[in-house]
Design a protein around this ligand. Structure first.
Ligand code: GLN
Length: 199
């Protein structure tokens, strides 16, 4: 299998490394590629959009011609995992900040996103978060100026909440996380994503 990590800005190398480790643990053969232009999207079995600054990542994806192509691939069933800024980009509806900046959203997941939802005092923190797709087991979740989901609809399924707020969503071929699983040594969520790509 071939997995691509969108590498225009943000936490790219951490995702490359942990996805390679997850692939080994799953016993899958394949490669994990750094994707910074549209041609490199060809033939991917899965796409990871990392954390960073969603405005910047979105605009650079547009400039490189990747934005529309990723959207089409997602609509065509290619699994996409978005973490933090990547989660924001997956959303169908943005908050006031999204509207003000005029940033592009891929609009693939039935959710309304709120940027920087945890306020200035709690810009970054870690919690043990039960995640339904891990059998309800806790996952050490690292939040950095994280978004939260205000509401979901359609087929979107909530897989994690923190303080009553939605921080993980699964919808068909899309996995959206408000936190940074690539900043831990725990490969379980990446393994889950690779199984989505395998199907
Ligand atoms: N605050 C960033 C944004 O709104 C996301 C932060 C992150 O990806 N760690 O785009």
């Amino acid at each position: 299998m071939k997995i691509g990590v969108i590498g225009v800005q943000g936490a790219v190398s951490e995702h490359l490394e942990i996805t390679r480790a997850a692939m080994e643990r799953c016993g899958f053969t394949g490669s994990v590629e750094w994707v910074d232009r549209a041609e490199k999207l060809r033939g991917l079995d899965g796409i990871i959009i990392p954390g960073g600054e969603s405005t910047t990542i979105g605009r650079l994806m547009q400039r490189t011609g990747m934005f529309e192509r990723i959207r089409e691939m997602g609509l065509g069933g290619v699994p996409i995992m978005g973490t933090c800024a990547g989660m924001i980009l997956l959303a169908k509806v943005g908050d006031e900040q999204v509207k003000r900046t005029g940033q592009p959203l891929l609009g693939l997941v039935d959710m309304e996103i709120e940027r920087n939802a945890f306020g200035r005092q709690r810009e970054s923190f870690e919690v043990d978060l039960p995640v339904t797709i891990l059998g309800g087991e806790p996952f050490r979740a690292v939040f950095i100026r994280a978004p939260a989901v205000r509401r979901v609809w359609g087929n979107a399924q909530v897989i994690a909440r923190f303080n009553g707020r939605i921080v993980g969503v699964l919808q068909q071929n899309f996995l959206a996380l408000a936190f940074h699983p690539e900043l831990t040594a725990d490969t379980r969520l990446h393994e889950y994503f690779l199984w989505m790509c395998k199907r």
